[in-house]
Structure formats: structure tokens, C-alpha cells
Design a protein around this ligand. Structure first.
Ligand SMILES: *[C@@H]1O[C@H](CO)[C@@H](O)[C@H](O)[C@H]1NC(C)=O
Ligand SMILES: *[C@@H]1O[C@H](CO)[C@@H](O)[C@H](O)[C@H]1NC(C)=O
Ligand SMILES: *[C@@H]1O[C@H](CO)[C@@H](O)[C@H](O)[C@H]1NC(C)=O
Ligand SMILES: *[C@@H]1O[C@H](CO)[C@@H](O)[C@H](O)[C@H]1NC(C)=O
Ligand SMILES: *[C@@H]1O[C@H](CO)[C@@H](O)[C@H](O)[C@H]1NC(C)=O
Length: 515
């Protein structure tokens, strides 16, 4: 028994030494074994004397389950050795055995760090695919989360597969990273990864463990008959929609009526040439679904329910995962894809129309907009018999766009400092952040907020945020208002949203009657 175990170890060590000496790459199984056993080698060598047995007691308590295999070997070896050497051997052995057979378990708290968690995958062209997911910040920093992509055509007779490197697109994140950050993978093959009508399967090799070589090949995308061809046909055509909207994840207690008002307003702005993509992480309750359903029935809106995202904590309920998914989803669907929040309302100077503005910039990857905060507390009072929505009564906004960067022109204060949001040409942008694009980062146009802006009603989506604690007769002269309520001096009258909202309500009267 003793001899057997020793011989096995002797052989393993000999092979490793030989391999090192001859500089032969050691095959994966052995490397792994040698790494694991490194941790327990001292115990293995010295445990023959009772003293070191006691030493190993303390190790015992701290040693996790992962090493139980090595303990098994230790126990057998120690046991047989002591049997011969000592009169006490039987007791020691049984004591030792009892100790070493104690069951230990790991008790995880919080969240695991997975090197790669896939959400979606898209074909971009005959040779290019993008896979969207999240990656552990730790894995991304110290390991390679993804290795290679393989395309297996489904064909008769079978054709050889194609292989290429999987390239991580390290998305710039302009918010605090959590455990996870968004990861988009670029699989670009040297030859077309498509043959005829048959379709095929895209596999990716991903890291699954802490050691080099701990990898697994996973299926990331499957194309059935004709699907590859269909995806490719879309690329040559004018996108079927002018606009797409990619919503931030919806969570918590949402005011259903606010969502409705936001949708009516933006539906009027973009008319029927838009599709709204909403990501539900628990905020779309029955009452929200009810007000949204007329938009779904009209084919204007899709909800993605993603219940398990909380297992992979990332900035703001995985906002960037969903934004990047939506970006790739709309690549050949819309000419322009907007990314802003439900407490932000897009508005522009009356001297230009949205279509004209965007046409003017059709060769740039993105346009960004400044943000102007509205007053939530000061509202127009309610006239008798009026049916104005709260938003229509919020008629005051800060004098200048938001900008938290000192000495910067607030009208063109860019990125997060200006709380900017943006619209992209989704054929020219491959990764996005919260306040700016990430690939490419530059090359777009940061519009002066006097031309285009988002009126921001911070937090109004949440049912915790109240508004209109102070009401004002809109006919009151400004001078008088300032005397009457000195804090009103930081605001200017801004009726644009209110007026547009009135028109939007007429435009959507039919949809509103149905909701
Ligand atoms: C075995 O364990 C018993 C009870 O814990 C203890 O009294 C005894 O001294 C131990 N024997 C040896 C040889 O360690
Ligand atoms: C994807 O990878 C290919 C090959 O390395 C490269 O030419 C291309 O620019 C990459 N695209 C993106 C969006 O990263
Ligand atoms: C932006 O527009 C404002 C208001 O019209 C103007 O005062 C300012 O000079 C403009 N800023 C730039 C950089 O064009
Ligand atoms: C918000 O909604 C939740 C769930 O419907 C409700 O329990 C809570 O009272 C609401 N809060 C306010 C301030 O309306
Ligand atoms: C608002 O002010 C105007 C002018 O000062 C006044 O004529 C009108 O009666 C006021 N309306 C209300 C509802 O107080």
C-alpha cells in the first residue's frame, strides 16, 4: 500500500522533472496536478512524526474542500507508515484518520467572479460576429476571459471548421466598476464563415478556471437554414427603421403613468419609424405592462425580461450590458439608435427638424447632447377643468446645462461631466458607455446644448420622487415670482416640453384611449 502510493508520486515527480529537463511541454493534466499538490507538499513530506501531524491540525481547519483529494493520499500514507514505526500507531492513526476525515465545506458569500458570462451573439457580416456579455473585473485584469472562435458550417458533405482568435473589446466604462463589467468579443475570421443556405454553429473557447488551460468550448450562436443569408441581406439594404431607442434597465417601483407619458412624447418625436427596446429587471409590473401594451400591440416596442442579471452585479443593473446588446441588435435595423433615460426628454431648437439635423451628420458615428435639469418642485398650478399631466406643468428649467467640470463651457461640457447622452449610427459604433460611446470614442459631434438637449427630471420614474410641491400662476410676472419665491431665480421659463407634450397627446389619442 505504502509502496504503491509512493511509487505513483515518484513517477509523477520523475515525469515532471524529465519534462522540465528536456523542455518538453507537460500535458495539461499533469501541470494541473503539480499545481494542486504544491499546496500540500510540505504536509505530505513531514507528517510522519506526530509533531507535524499536530501542525497539520491547524492547516486542517483552514484548508478548503478543494484539497480533499490530496488529504486522502496523505491519510493513507501517514497511516501505513505509522503502523510500522510506533506502538501508539493504532491510536494515532485512528485519531489522525478521524481528524482528516472531518468534512469541511466552503461557504461563499456575495457573488462568484465568472471570467465570461454570455448574454447574446450577433452575426455582423460574412466573416464577423460579436458576442456580448459581462466579464469579472478580476478575470479581465489578470486573465484572458476568451480564447478562440470556431465556425462549424452545417453542410453535406461536412466541411472543415474555421478558427480565429476571440478578441475582447475592452469597453471603456465611465461609471464605477462593480464585480462585472461589460465584455464584447470580436470574432473576425479570415474567410467567410458561411456556406450556402445551410447555416452553422459558432463556438467560443472561454476561460472557466483559475489556471491557464482551464477552458471550455461553448456554443454561442447557431444559424439555421437560410438565416446567415438573411442576416447578410439586411446589410446591403437601407435600415428598415429610422430610429431605435435602447432603454436603461427598469427596476424598482416605477410610476406607470410616467412611462406612458415618456413613450407618448417620444413616439410623437420619432413617429412610427421607431422601435423601443426595453430591458426589464423587475420594474415592469402589471400596471406598467398595461400602459405599455398598446405600443407592443402596434409593433413599436419589445420588452426583454432578464431576471437573473442580479447574479452578475455590474453598474446600474447591468445598464451597459443591455446598451451594448441593443447597439448590436439595432446595427442593421435603424439608421440611428438613441440611448437615454426615462427621466430625460429629448428636445431641440425650433429652427431645425430632427431629420434634417441627423441627415446633416449622417457620416459621423455619434452625436451627443447636453442635459438641462428641470425644476421638479416648482410647477404651474392646476387650472379648473384642466387635464394637464405633471410633465406639462413642469415649466421651469435651470439656466444652463448641467456641467460638473470647473471652468468648462456648460453648453459643450462633454462626457459624464456634462451628463451627456448620445445617438449613434449603429453601423459605425461597436461599443457604448453611459455618457459616451466607447468604440470609437472620438469622431462624433458634441452638439451645443442650445441646439439639442435632454430635459432632465431626475428620478421622476421612481414612485418615491414627488413633484410640484410649489405651484405658480404662470401669468405671474417674472419679477413678482422672484420676489415671491427667491429660489425661482435659478430657473428660467421653459415651455418647450409642455407644448410638445400637448401635441403628442393629440397624436397618440387613439393609443391613449387603449391604455
Ligand atoms: C487520541 O485522541 C484521544 C481523545 O481525543 C486522546 O486522549 C489521545 O491522547 C490521542 N492519542 C494520540 C496518540 O494522540
Ligand atoms: C475586429 O477584429 C478584426 C481583426 O482583428 C479587426 O480588423 C476589426 O477592426 C475588429 N473590429 C472591432 C469593432 O473591434
Ligand atoms: C453654445 O450656445 C450658447 C447659446 O446660444 C452660446 O452662448 C455659446 O457660445 C455656444 N457655445 C459654443 C462653444 O458654441
Ligand atoms: C411605491 O410603490 C410601492 C409598490 O407598489 C408601494 O408599496 C409604495 O407605497 C409606493 N410608494 C409611494 C411613495 O407611492
Ligand atoms: C393668474 O394671474 C393672472 C394675472 O395676474 C390673474 O388674472 C389670474 O386670475 C390668476 N389666475 C389664478 C387661477 O389665480
Amino acid at each position: 500500500m505504502k509502496k504503491d502510493v509512493r511509487n505513483v508520486w515518484h513517477d509523477i515527480v520523475t515525469v515532471i522533472l524529465l519534462a522540465l529537463f528536456l523542455q518538453v511541454p507537460i500535458f495539461y493534466g499533469l501541470v494541473k496536478l503539480s499545481i494542486v499538490s504544491c499546496n500540500v507538499m510540505p504536509g505530505f513530506i513531514y507528517k510522519f512524526s506526530p509533531g507535524s501531524v499536530r501542525n497539520s491540525d491547524s492547516v486542517d481547519d483552514a484548508t478548503p474542500d478543494a484539497h480533499s483529494e490530496s488529504f486522502q493520499i496523505k491519510r493513507d500514507t501517514a497511516g501505513s507508515q505509522l503502523n510500522e514505526d510506533s506502538a501508539d500507531a493504532a491510536t494515532v492513526t485512528s485519531n489522525l484518520t478521524r481528524k482528516l476525515q472531518k468534512q469541511y465545506s466552503l461557504r461563499p458569500h456575495g457573488h462568484a467572479h465568472y471570467p465570461f458570462v454570455q448574454f447574446s451573439a450577433y452575426r455582423d457580416s460574412p466573416r464577423v460576429f460579436f458576442i456580448v456579455g459581462v466579464t469579472s473585473v478580476v478575470a479581465r485584469e489578470f486573465d484572458l476571459p476568451v480564447y478562440k472562435c470556431e465556425w462549424y458550417p452545417k453542410s453535406e458533405p461536412p466541411q472543415p471548421s474555421k478558427v480565429t482568435d476571440a478578441k475582447m473589446i475592452y469597453v471603456y466604462f465611465d461609471q464605477m466598476p462593480r464585480i462585472y463589467v461589460v465584455a464584447t468579443v470580436n470574432c473576425t475570421f479570415e474567410e467567410d464563415a458561411v456556406l450556402g443556405e445551410e447555416g452553422g454553429s459558432l463556438f467560443m473557447t472561454v476561460s472557466v478556471g483559475p489556471h491557464p488551460g482551464d477552458t471550455k468550448r461553448v456554443l454561442v450562436l447557431q444559424e439555421h437554414n437560410g438565416e446567415s443569408k438573411k442576416a447578410m441581406r439586411n446589410q446591403d439594404q437601407q435600415p428598415p427603421l429610422k430610429y431605435a431607442f435602447c432603454g436603461p434597465p427598469m427596476y424598482g417601483n416605477i410610476k406607470a403613468e410616467w412611462v406612458l407619458h415618456w413613450l407618448v412624447y417620444h413616439h410623437y418625436l420619432w413617429r412610427d419609424s421607431v422601435h423601443f427596446f426595453l430591458y426589464n429587471v423587475g420594474g415592469i409590473t402589471d400596471s406598467v405592462r398595461k400602459v405599455i401594451s398598446p405600443f407592443i400591440n402596434k409593433g413599436l416596442l419589445t420588452i426583454y425580461d432578464v431576471e437573473d442579471q442580479k447574479e452578475y452585479p455590474s453598474w446600474y443593473y447591468n445598464q451597459l450590458l443591455f446598451s451594448n446588446d441593443c447597439l448590436h441588435r439595432t446595427r442593421y435595423l435603424s439608421s440611428w439608435t438613441f440611448f437615454h433615460d426615462f427621466d430625460e426628454f429629448f428636445t431641440m431648437s425650433s429652427s431645425i427638424t430632427l431629420d434634417k439635423l441627423l441627415d446633416q451628420y449622417k457620416d459621423v458615428p455619434y452625436l451627443s447632447f447636453g442635459s438641462v435639469r428641470a425644476s421638479l418642485w416648482m410647477c404651474a398650478d392646476v387650472h379648473a377643468g384642466s387635464s394637464e399631466w405633471p410633465l406639462q406643468r413642469m415649466r421651469w428649467a435651470e439656466k444652463q446645462p448641467y456641467c460638473c467640470v470647473p471652468n468648462q463651457d456648460p453648453w459643450v461640457c462633454i462626457y459624464g461631466g456634462g451628463a451627456r447622452k448620445y445617438v449613434v449610427n449603429p453601423r459605425k459604433v461597436f461599443a457604448v458607455g453611459v455618457h459616451s460611446t466607447a468604440l470609437p470614442e472620438d469622431g462624433g459631434v458634441n452638439l451645443n446644448a442650445s441646439i439639442v438637449r435632454l430635459n432632465h427630471y431626475p428620478g421622476m420614474l421612481s414612485n418615491k420622487t414627488s413633484s410640484c410641491s410649489f405651484t405658480v400662476n404662470v401669468s405671474m410676472p417674472t419679477e413678482l415670482l422672484h420676489q415671491y419665491a427667491p429660489s425661482s431665480q435659478s430657473y428660467v421659463r421653459d415651455d418647450s416640453i409642455s407644448i410638445q407634450m400637448g401635441k403628442a397627446r393629440e397624436f397618440d389619442a387613439e393609443l391613449l384611449a387603449a391604455s
